[in-house]
Write a protein that binds this ligand. Sequence first.
Ligand SMILES: [Zn+2]
Length: 344
Amino acid sequence: MKKLLPTSTAGSLPKPAWLAQPETLWSPWKLQGEELLEGKQDALLLSLQEQLHAGIDIVSDGEQTRQHFVTTFIEHLSGVDFARREVIKIRNRYDASVPTVVGAVSRPRPVFVDDARFLRQQTTQPIKWALPGPMTMIDTLYDSHYRSREKLAWEFAKILNQEARELEAAGVDIIQFDEPAFNVFFNEVNDWGVAALERAIEGLKCETAVHICYGYGIKANTEWKKTLGSEWRQYEEAFPKLQKSSIDIVSLECHNSRVPMDLIELIRGKKVMVGAIDVASSTIETPEEVADTLRKALQFVDADKLYPSTNCGMAPLARGVARGKLNALSAGSDMVRRELLNQS
Ligand SMILES: [Zn+2]
């Protein structure tokens, strides 16, 4: 991006009420068959228009075509039995009934490539596409086949790389991997997590990003956050390794969070998507609040590497709230952009 402080979102945006139940995470579809396919495309167009209207620079599909940021991808793979479920603890935090890996995993056909091509046809703005990261994928499954988190992550990394190469060919400018698990399993992150992520981006010429956050504003996450103390230093564990990795962009939660901003110094040299919008609250930030967060981040990120963004996805928020937050992100970034241009 040549524009200073290009704005984007971390991922999901609310779905229209005719497609899925509003303000509900992972809500089931209201349409079926052909109508569902058409409905998803219509929702993608709406979501794109809202982003463009708010002045967001790097746009996405708002994840209108998927129900869940991890499961929807896995549903398209073979080797996973969705009828065989086990209860496991996800991110060491909450119990969930998850599908079982019953054989070698593979990707019989592309998952999101048609959707990405459709988005590409609708806009000349840079587009970003999100995929789950390998470590977050394995943390959402029960594995009765490989019986090794590392081995399964490696297999998923290979599959993600196939998908990513086709997304790149479809014209995606930035491929983002969502890795909230990087904030929990520090030893694994350093042993093989970052390596698996690098396997997933092998050979790509487009830009690549990793999104690491403290999750949606759901109860299990807000309860967990209460146990983390006054300073959240989780990023400190993965950052040194990420700084040395081949990933281009790191997407982070910053606004209203207890993450000390100076931790960003540990990834100096990387582009940083700074979360300047709180997704766990329905209060719409003022442009001044957004600008404040960005100014703080500028102490630790070079201006040409700062990408204003949201802390996480906004799927569970009311549409009007999400729209207001997009506008605030845009207006706050504009304020800081003008300050920077006046200085130079
Ligand atoms: Zn997130």
